[in-house]
Design a protein around this ligand. Sequence first.
Ligand SMILES: [Zn+2]
Length: 291
Amino acid sequence: MASAIKLGNITIHRVVEQQAPIFDALEFFPSLSKELLEENRSWLEPTFIDPATGKLVLCIQSYIVQTPQHTIMIDTCVGNHKPRPQRPMWNMLNSDRYEKGLAATGLTLNDIDYVMCTHLHVDHVGWNTRLENGRWVPTFPKAKYVFAERELAHWTKKQQEDPANHPWITDSVLPIVEARRTEIVKSNHTLNDLVQLIPTPGHTIDHFSVQVGKSGQDAVITGDMIHSPIQARYPELGMRVDYDSKQAGVSRRELFGRFCDTPTLFCMAHFPSPSTGRMTRWDNGFKFISS
Ligand SMILES: [Zn+2]
């Protein structure tokens, strides 16, 4: 586990659940041509593309942000004991890696004041709940769970129409709603002067990123508005399950344009470890510089 990141009066921890070569790059990015992939392979390998399998190396992780006022968990990975028949890699996980990673930060479940889900995909909501006596209960006993209003409405409707294909909403989102533990917000919500949501729609309907810290000593936790640094170089490159790839490209150009060549630290959900870095310009796109 990498040591904590300190930025002024905030501390950021990473809690990793998985890291592995997972998806074929050309399948993951349907509009990526073989030629363009070859052109970029030299800098993508070995960190971002595994040379042995040719697959994208992705990390599944949570970020925990400690401010003087709050301890905030952003995204909650896949979770244990959850039936995910369509995704063998995540089906009925039973690993102690995540809980050990959390313990290594020195924090406990009781320390989390807020859980923020950048969006409601299966790999971002899992540890919202845990199994207790056969029921799904909130994992973090004291936390308020922050969901974007349109995101929650979208997935609630999908689950109602087709519950069999949305098990993660059933076991990891709706129990939070039923337990009255949600704080349903607009995706530009401000928590206080150190924590601000930034709308980054496209990958999902109402996806948000989270800016934390004071100007000059700040970070943006991006969620899935980007999956690989090749989408920084080519911001219009969409991934296969985007809700609106065009809008996702607009969100990337806006966010990276706003914070490139500044001290703002980007904390990416799925980039392999260390997963964090700064952004600078690269031709008509952006270059991610790990730090
Ligand atoms: Zn994801």
